[in-house]
Design a protein. Sequence first.
Length: 313
Amino acid sequence: METISIVVPCYNESDVIKMFYEEVSKVAASIPDSDYELLFVDDGSKDDTIGQIKAFAEQDAHVHYVSFSRNFGKEAALYAGLKNAVGDYVVPMDADLQHPPEYLPEMVRILRTGEYDAVAMRRVDRKGEGKIRAFFSRQFYKFNRKISGVDIVDGATDYRMMTRQVVDSVLSMCEVNRFTKGIFAWVGFRTKWLEYHNVERPAGESKWSFRSLVRYSLDGITAFSTAPLVIASYLGIFFCMLAIVGMIAVVVKTLIWGDPVAGYPTLITVILFIGGVQLCMIGILGQYLSKAYLEIKHRPIYIAREEHTGKHD
């Protein structure tokens, strides 16, 4: 009998966690010829999320959990869930019920055919999201596909069911600065895409602000592409050539017409512009340097305060 591990990162989800548990347990129990585990990863929640999860575990042997010592972020929670999952098939799901549980039986059916190694879900619309946020999300996927070596499908989510081979491949990439969507695409394997319409949260609020999404996007770009460094180099060459042309023009103008060098306001403006470009390029270099700095420290991706998992039973 195959085991399905449902990995659920949680951060301050006390308003919706009970609804999620009841709905997913009902669907998972209905899948024929399989057993399942619900592996909750509490990412340092400040509400009663872990208390409710412990209550589920006391009454249901299918429920396991890992509780972090503090908030390490969703990427760390996903890694911890995949690392502690014991199933033959593993599927990450958000605790806010925006990943429809009713697709789980179909995912299992497709993987059992042996034709695919993973079944992934992608949203075909962004109903309920702000227009500005939805616009920038679409542009991010387009931009990332152009500059990186991985094809991240527009609307792709973390909601995907994977075979043990795929999960082990994802875990082999143990970098601290994780961008899981990019990692899923980078490891490859045969993936079947299923489409669904966006589902709004039944309760609670999203933990992703526009600022955090921008930061997440920058992490995704720097994690799988060196294109910004190449752009910085080309801009440096361009401005060097422009400066040489400008110097030649000033010398020729002075020798032929004898005009004095003028244009103090223009000169200040150009200096400020070039200085801004230089600072921007240094900032790009700093982003990559900071990522390398964090990696060479070899700090753990997360620290667990409590664990109750199938691997420790």
